[in-house]
Design a protein around this ligand. Structure first.
Ligand code: UTP
Ligand code: MN
Length: 506
């Protein structure tokens, strides 16, 4: 490979490192594009930036983190810089708006969608030559997970497992913000089509903060992250993971138990604690509920649910949602969305279906909650939230799997698989009922993944000034609800490319 020859951008200033005041943000290096901006405005802005403590380079180099242009289109900027011998996929391409916002704020602000120069297909990788002659593939990745396609194939599990464990640990400590930051970082790695082998590949990637980068670097250098290893060993992490893993047990309860010295299932069973009905069921079926549910088992449940719903309300539509709709081969529960094309007919259907399933002896536990959603004409009664208000039944099914499988106890290692040995097992099932007019929103909201949903709502709020829930989409600018009969229409309202369920595995 021939080393890339860099032609210098003509400049009058000779030095890149003679700011008027001390540089306050050493990790940020700006480059202002003269094209369309003009040389006098460029000089003026350069001086202003330096006065405010920003570092500005006169020439483009690998150390540049932000390329700032004015009145340019993304593709034009890229073409122009490439024509100058530069490949700039390692830096952020931002509009002058980002600079003025940053100058006003007195520090480099987060790059919002409106700050970015668009029009690149991020899946198109470009090849860039490094100074050492090695080839590094880089690409620009949109910042929101709902702008990206994420399939089940993940080339970076070694890194994403580590980051997700830290996310889980943060959440178990009540720090959801930090948890979310790790989850967003992991999501970016999941979206990369190749395994990361070099830190340089991550330059310019969104959502990877200092902490996440340190974890990745640790793994690249030593094979493991010390922080992850010590978290795994931590008593609190282990206990909280087991206790919150029990159906019906939330963070607060688990934390209280842990502080009372309860660290595992055995200790809980012998603690004499009063458990509520859900927790009793969770504890009774603990081992079964820890076993992942296969797609084949989900299909068996789907037939049972479909039969019961059609018997009680003919013409209903029953859709498998959650992870199985995204093509997951296994899951921790089975989620169904039920609706009826005649609005109003769906009311009360859950109670009938549950009675029927109970009479058929399919239910080991169930808790039904009524629909509590009230749509107001003035706008959402509360801000878009992840909580929704459908009529819903959380249940534990008794699934009979024995008939389909030949017993193979003699060849089977203990605990390897319950197939063949146990003919019955407990399985978590979630039934949700939506009025037909809301079903597209319910479908989108209940398909997940959880992070994908969070990112959709964040996008709606921050970039579109809209409120998205599993019931509706409200446009705050127009002061009205936006109707949608399909998921595609919701993506269109949000100015997002449609992402099919199989690509929402973020
Ligand atoms: P799940 O928790 O069932 O996750 O939520 P999953 O993606 O199916 O993965 P498994 O079950 O662990 O295999 C499914 C979807 O339902 C939404 C979640 O946001 C997720 O998108 N959901 C779940 C709600 O909207 N509200 C809830 O109370 C629970
Ligand atoms: Mn699920």
């Amino acid at each position: 490979m021939v080393p890339l020859k860099r032609r210098k951008v003509p400049s009058s200033a000779s030095s890149d490192s003679s700011p008027d005041v001390a540089c306050k943000f050493p990790q940020v290096v700006l480059f202002l594009l003269e094209r369309k901006m003009g040389s006098s405005r460029r000089t003026f802005l350069t001086d202003l930036c330096r006065k405010k403590g920003f570092r500005v380079n006169e020439t483009f180099s690998e150390s540049v983190t932000h390329v700032i242009s004015e009145k340019n289109k993304g593709d034009d900027v890229r073409r122009w810089l490439r024509s100058q011998g530069h490949d700039l996929t390692i830096a952020h391409l931002v509009d002058i708006g980002w600079l003025t916002d940053s100058l006003r704020a007195g520090h480099p602000v987060d790059i919002l969608e409106g700050h970015k120069l668009h029009t690149t297909d991020y899946t198109q990788s470009t090849h860039k030559l490094t100074s050492s002659g090695g080839e590094v593939t880089t690409r620009s990745i949109p910042a929101y997970a709902c702008q990206r396609r994420t399939t089940l194939s993940n080339r970076n599990t070694i890194f994403t497992d580590a980051l997700l464990l830290l996310a889980e640990n943060a959440e178990l400590s009540g720090d959801d913000g930090r948890g979310l930051a790790f989850r967003r970082g992991a999501a970016v790695l999941k979206a990369l089509p190749e395994a990361v082998t070099d830190m340089r590949r991550l330059r310019g990637c969104p959502c990877l903060g200092e902490h996440s980068l340190r974890v990745i670097q640790d793994i690249l250098e030593t094979g493991v992250s010390r922080e992850v290893e010590s978290t795994k060993q931590s008593e609190r992490y282990q206990a909280m993971k087991v206790l919150t893993g029990i159906f019906g047990v939330g963070l607060k309860t688990a934390d209280q138990w842990f502080r009372d010295g309860i660290q595992n299932i055995h200790q809980l069973r012998h603690s004499g604690r009063t458990l509520n009905r859900a927790q009793q069921a969770g504890l009774a079926h603990y081992d079964d509920l820890m076993q992942p549910i296969t797609k084949a088992e989900a299909d068996v449940i789907a037939n049972i649910v479909e039969e019961a719903v059609q018997a009680e309300l003919p013409g209903s539509q029953v859709t498998l949602v959650g992870g199985f709709r995204r093509g997951n081969p296994s899951g921790h529960d089975v989620d169904f969305l039920i609706t009826h094309p005649q609005e109003g007919r769906e009311e009360g259907v859950i109670a009938k279906v549950v009675s029927r399933l109970e009479a058929q002896d399919f239910l080991l536990y169930q808790k039904t909650t009524r629909n509590s959603y009230m749509k107001s004409n003035d706008g959402p009664a509360r801000p878009a939230s992840s909580m929704d208000h459908f009529e819903r039944c959380l249940c534990i099914f008794r699934l009979t799997t024995g008939e389909q499988h030949e017993p193979k106890a003699c060849t089977q290692a203990p605990g390897e698989d319950s197939e063949g040995r146990a003919s019955k097992r407990a399985v978590r099932v979630d039934l949700v009922v939506s009025p037909f007019s809301q079903v597209a929103f319910a479908l989108l909201g209940w398909t997940g993944s959880k992070l994908f949903e969070r990112e959709l709502r964040r996008w709606a709020t921050r970039e579109k000034n809209m409120s998205l829930s599993s019931h509706a989409l409200y446009d705050n600018k127009q002061g009205r609800y936006l109707k949608a009969a399909t998921e595609e229409e919701i993506f269109a309202h949000l100015s997002l490319d449609y992402i099919p369920p199989s690509d929402r595995n973020t």
